[in-house]
Design a binder for this molecule. Structure first.
Ligand SMILES: [Zn+2]
Length: 233
């Protein structure tokens, strides 16, 4: 179920933040009305031991603060691409299949956050906006995990699109193995985080190349979605 797991010990004593990215054995694409969604979400909730707040992701830069424990079953889902919470026992989920899932945790306070950064979100700065929101809530020692996403050697785009995004986030400028224009969204997000003073870990996996992961570019409209998950015990 989990392609990658990690944790962050907090300065608060016994408490810690858990980090996980799921693999293609669960599909979290869609919502409560999709067959199989509730079962797959239930497996994730059972494994983690907390309910997860999730988003209707719209490739924007809005960030919501979660203040109420999400229901285990069907839920009202806000439209946004970043979420944060100060409360222990609430899990945060972002979903991706090639886009960049980013998980955040503050070792000083236990604040957590998550963001979904595709091409548009990277250019719009959804990750810096999420960091800013956590800092406004008191975060002082932020750590980030960049989850599996399509790599800068696989994500081919038209030259004009590369120019447009690289004008805003220069580190995204890339080339495919064939020498054609590409974007490296992971490098862009990594630069945004380090410029903001966040300690960054990157999960070294390309969704398009790794068949145990969902990939929109590989599987098209039928592609499932992985989850990036962060929660505090
Ligand atoms: Zn790749």
């Amino acid at each position: 179920m989990f392609f990658f797991r990690d944790h962050l010990d907090l300065d608060l004593g016994a408490s810690r933040v858990e980090i996980a990215f799921t693999d293609a054995s669960v599909d979290l694409q869609g919502g409560d009305d999709k067959p199989g969604f509730a079962a797959d979400l239930g497996r994730v909730v059972d494994e983690a031991g907390v309910p997860f707040a999730r988003l209707s992701q719209v490739h924007g830069a809005d960030v919501v603060e979660v203040v109420e424990t999400p229901p285990r079953g069907p839920a009202e889902v806000p439209s946004a691409d970043g979420l944060v919470t100060v409360r222990p026992g609430i899990g945060l989920m972002v979903r991706a299949a090639d886009c960049v899932p980013v998980l955040l945790a503050d070792s000083a306070t236990g604040l957590i956050g998550a963001a979904h950064a595709g091409r548009a979100g990277t250019a719009l700065g959804v990750v810096p906006r999420t960091v800013e929101r956590l800092r406004a809530l008191g975060a002082r020692d932020l750590h980030a995990w960049i989850g599996p996403h399509v790599c800068g050697r696989c994500y081919e785009v038209p030259a004009a699109m590369r120019e447009e995004v690289a004008a805003l986030v220069p580190q995204t400028f890339s080339e495919t193995r064939a020498g054609t224009p590409a974007l490296d969204l992971g490098a862009g997000v990594h630069a945004q985080l380090t410029q903001d003073g966040v300690t960054v870990a990157t999960v070294p996996a390309c969704t398009l190349e790794e068949t145990s992961l969902h990939s929109y570019r590989r599987d098209g409209a039928a592609a499932g979605r992985m989850a990036g998950l962060v929660w505090r015990r």
